[in-house]
Design a protein around this ligand. Structure first.
Ligand code: NAD
Length: 483
């Protein structure tokens, strides 16, 4: 862990304020279970002060030429790459993903800053002729004001940057709350920004703590937009809190991504891609392949190859770059265990895994084996609710209609996947799947210039690309009469 004062206080108006409250939350290393930090819960006064500082800073920040704002976000990209190794180590320590994946998270976050900064010269409006003589109507894009960024633990830096970069380029200021599980890397990045860059005081503020800190932040009438990534349940609570002030919300929530493997698919490619999409970050990704529907003609072959491939998945200390590290905490591990247990009780068969690994390497830490389950039914819990762990349930289907119907039979609607060699099948499935993203013949990950959006209970708003950027702006119509 880095030295410095960033772990002991809140980052408000460009300075680290020593915690004034008495409550704190322990952060544990998921590999060793050791407590690695004790993070203060921001007090209501500190949260309000962070919001005030963001509101004050926004007046000037919003009036700066957008290109200047973009330049600062580009500098953050450079800063992250310069400090890639240290930031990755902190992610590994607090979240438990393999080190090469953490390095990739920093690189991708820098790339996202670069992409969002490109919007600095593309904030366009419209000019329309008026309905009266000598009138012109201008539609302009303005910043919203102060954005509250609520961050989950599974990609602490990437999701923080997903809020930070577009919000700032568009002229907003930010009060971010990292997850109480993984605040250290974000705090360190804020410290680096503070020390190395000329970001005006108050443009970025960080408050730490758990759900109650988040609630106070999103309930403030001085917040102009809430951009949150996390679970469906938290998303609903935030929407309720936002209702009182009619605050704009953008919610990126959980998923239960279906994969359809049609009989003409390249089975080896499907196995490799689906397994990767299930075990990446130990299955703790919103876009993870969560349920597989395989055509009866190829089900046996698919299952055999999938189990063989899953047997070769390596588990180990994240520093050694295994395929999978531990789950983030004991609660998440117990949720995975409970989901597999329920599936067993409901009659499913576990083909591989289904428990914590044994051996001295796994005595401490929150480990779960790669697990493959068959003989599942559509109404089983394992096919209906998000499992944030490395568990793949496989179900046989015999018609495309069934596959599409089962895939759509979900309260979620984020990512979906289809493997087929037939163009018509691919296009039809892509058209009929009720999900914000459909990938044909590949799985993870999304591109920054695409649009990451959950339908149904998976979200409201969407991130990345043109539409993800523009949501951080609001339109204003100016009528110019020069008669
Ligand atoms: P979570 O909902 O438990 O917590 C997310 C954040 O919300 C945390 O910072 C937490 O402190 C805060 N929070 C909790 N209660 C709050 C409240 N009432 N008001 C305001 N803030 C509150 O989620 P998590 O366990 O950190 O993350 C895992 C979930 O995130 C999964 O469901 C995953 O699918 C989802 N996720 C979605 C995406 C996406 O882009 N759609 C990306 C990553 C993760």
């Amino acid at each position: 862990m880095s030295e410095g004062n960033q772990l002991g206080g809140q980052y408000i108006a460009g300075e680290w304020r020593e915690a004034s409250g008495t409550e704190s939350i322990e952060v544990r290393n998921p590999t060793t279970e050791e407590v690695i930090a004790d993070i203060p819960n921001a007090t209501p006064e500190e949260i309000d002060s962070a919001i005030d500082s963001a509101a004050e800073a926004q007046i000037d920040w919003g009036r700066r030429p957008a290109h200047e704002r973009g330049e600062l976000v580009r500098e953050v990209a450079e800063l992250m790459l310069t400090n890639q190794s240290e930031l990755a180590d902190l992610i590994v320590e607090e979240q438990g993903k393999p080190r090469n994946v953490a390095l990739g998270e920093i690189e991708a976050s820098a790339d996202l800053c670069e992409y969002m900064a490109e919007w600095d010269r593309r904030i366009e409006g419209d000019i329309l002729p008026g309905d009266t003589r000598r009138e012109s109507i201008h539609l302009q894009r303005h910043p919203l004001g102060v954005v509250a960024g609520i961050i989950p633990w599974n990609y602490p830096i990437a999701v923080f940057i997903r809020k930070f970069a577009p919000a700032l380029v568009a002229g907003n200021t930010l009060v971010a709350k990292p997850s109480e599980e993984t605040p250290i890397s974000t705090l360190r990045l804020a410290e680096l920004i503070d020390e190395e860059l000329d970001l005006p005081d108050g443009v970025l503020n960080i408050v730490t703590g758990g759900g109650e800190v988040g609630t106070r932040l999103v309930s403030s009438d001085a917040i102009d937009m809430i951009s949150m990534t996390g679970s469906v349940e938290t998303g609903k609570a935030i929407m309720e809190a936002a209702a009182d002030n009619l605050t704009k919300v953008s919610l990126e929530l959980g998923g239960k991504a279906p994969v359809i493997v049609w009989k003409d698919a390249d089975i080896d490619q499907a196995v490799e891609d689906i397994l990767t999409a299930r075990i990446t970050n130990t299955g703790q990704v919103c876009t993870c392949a969560e349920r597989v529907y395989v055509h009866g003609d190829v089900r046996e072959e698919f299952e055999e190859h999938y189990v063989e491939a899953a047997k070769n998945v390596t588990l180990g200390r994240p520093e050694d770059n295994p395929d999978m590290g531990p789950q983030v905490n004991s609660r998440e591990l117990e949720k995975t265990e409970a989901a597999v247990k329920r599936a067993r009780n409901e009659g499913a068969e576990v083909l591989l895994g289904g428990s914590r690994p044994s051996g001295t390497n796994f005595e401490r830490g929150y480990w779960y084996e790669p697990t493959v389950i068959t003989d599942v039914k559509q109404d089983m819990d394992i096919m209906q609710n998000e499992v944030f762990g490395p568990v793949t349930p496989i179900m046989e289907i015999d018609s495309l209609e069934d596959a599409i119907q089962y895939a759509n039979d979900s309260r979620y609607g984020l990512s979906s996947y289809v493997f087929t060699d037939n163009y018509r099948t691919a296009m039809r499935v892509a058209e009929d799947l009720e999900f914000g993203e459909t990938y044909i013949n590949r799985t993870l990950g999304e591109s920054w210039h695409g649009h990451h959006i959950g339908w149904n209970e998976s979200g409201l708003g969407g991130e990345d690309g043109k539409y993800g950027f523009l949501k951080y702006t609001q339109l204003k119509t100016v009528y110019h009469n020069y008669d």
